[in-house]
Design a protein around this ligand. Structure first.
Ligand code: CA
Length: 403
């Protein structure tokens, strides 16, 4: 079907228009593409063909120039793209510049600067607390309701959807073991998350206020924070996650601009504690996003984590991340933290879904506690869009291969 005739109601219709970077078979030339249905528009070529001033932002091998251009440019480019793919008079010029998705190679769409990962789901934090600190009086740590907990991760190992993930090796030691052993992780897990992509930088010493979130953050994508639970458990006290996380983080090939998600904005859960002024979003616009995530292992649906249940918003995370004066760079990526809802089948990790291996999942190809070599994990999601139409998020998938 020609790309202009994308069916009404398609989650990747002209109301969505996520950005990626693609190349054609036999070519090393990478350039910005915009998805429409099951096609990719060569956005830079379209800009050239139509004499648009945005060619300098779009005929590029990464999204970084567009990310750095700022909110006014983001809105203008999106408005132009919407016209290019919907106004009938452009059809003759633009239609030849589409490629079927199945014909292109999708690449990591931006140069990842710094990478931070948060821990913003109360259900996830409580589940983890109950699993690892069953005797604690409160399953949340004392700081949890006062600040969005996070750590700095490894940006160089962020990979695009479709990249194989090699099972990491490392030290592990169960509490009952006399000494640590070294070998491939036997508790390889996933974490279903949403990643936020920073466009506009900030200066050192100048915190970013809650209200300025949309001036700095361009868009979001699904993110899988692969986690080796056995390596993590032995190494994380007292400085937090390190080699149990840094071997790979997968992101979608498609970055959905925040402007495509206006209808999916929701208020976060009611706050149970008074927040310090820099985090107090009582009088701010709704900071949550109603994203309905699905987690599949080898094509079998195992969980549907609801992003709307996240306690801390992306705006609060950005404000907290910069409140000490740390600066932002174009291409900074921060993960929301594992998304887990209140119900059993809304949990975003195998750690929680199997309760640390106690309750294996029944899959068509056998029981699963943690991941086995050859397993393919796929995150997908949609959000409510204009007039009841869904906004599809690009999936993030990865296959585990033996280390
Ligand atoms: Ca995580």
């Amino acid at each position: 079907m020609p790309p202009f005739d994308v069916p009404e109601g398609d989650p990747f219709g002209p109301h969505n228009l996520p950005y990626g970077v693609f190349s054609l078979p036999g070519s090393s030339h990478r350039t910005v593409g915009v998805r429409l249905g099951d096609h990719v528009l060569d956005a830079g070529a379209a800009a050239h063909a139509l004499g648009s001033p945005y060619a300098s932002l779009l005929a590029r091998p990464s999204l970084n120039p567009l990310l750095a251009a700022g909110r006014t440019a983001w809105s203008d480019v999106r408005r132009a793209l919407t016209a290019w793919v919907t106004v009938p008079s452009h059809r003759e010029t633009v239609e030849p510049l589409f490629h079927p998705l199945s014909d292109v190679t999708l690449h990591l769409p931006f140069e990842v600067a710094d990478y931070v990962d948060f821990y913003a789901s109360e259900n996830h934090a409580r589940n983890v607390g109950q699993i690892f600190r069953p005797d604690a009086e409160d399953s949340l740590t004392p700081n949890w309701k006062h600040l969005p907990i996070g750590y700095h991760g490894r940006s160089g190992t962020v990979v695009v959807s479709g990249t194989d993930v090699v099972r990491p090796s490392g030290q592990r030691k169960a509490p009952t073991d006399a000494a640590p052993v070294f070998g491939p992780s036997v508790r390889l897990d996933i974490e279903a998350e949403v990643g936020f992509v920073v466009g506009v930088p900030s200066r050192m010493g100048e915190p970013v206020a809650l209200a300025d979130f949309r001036e700095h953050v361009f868009g979001l994508c699904l993110l899988n924070d692969w986690s080796a639970r056995d390596i993590q458990a032995w190494e994380y006290v007292p400085l937090g996650p390190f080699l149990g996380k840094s071997f790979a983080t997968s992101v979608s090939a498609w970055i959905t601009p925040l402007d495509a998600l206006e209808e999916s904005r929701v208020a976060p859960p009611a706050r149970t504690h008074e927040l310090l002024p820099y985090l107090d979003d009582t009088d701010e616009e709704p900071g949550g996003y109603d994203l309905r995530i699905s987690v599949a292992v080898n094509g079998h649906l195992v969980s549907e984590p609801p992003f709307a249940t996240m306690y801390w918003t992306a705006a609060q995370q950005l404000a907290h991340m910069t409140v000490n004066g740390a600066s932002l760079r174009t291409g900074d990526l921060y993960g929301s933290g594992t998304v887990s809802g209140p119900a059993d089948r809304e949990r975003g990790s195998l750690l929680e879904l199997t309760w640390n291996g106690r309750d294996p999942l029944e899959l068509p190809d056998g029981k699963r506690t943690f991941l086995e070599d050859g397993d393919v994990v796929t995150l997908s999601a949609w959000a409510p869009g204009p007039d009841g139409v869904r906004v599809g998020l690009g999936e993030v998938t990865g296959r585990v291969v033996g280390g």
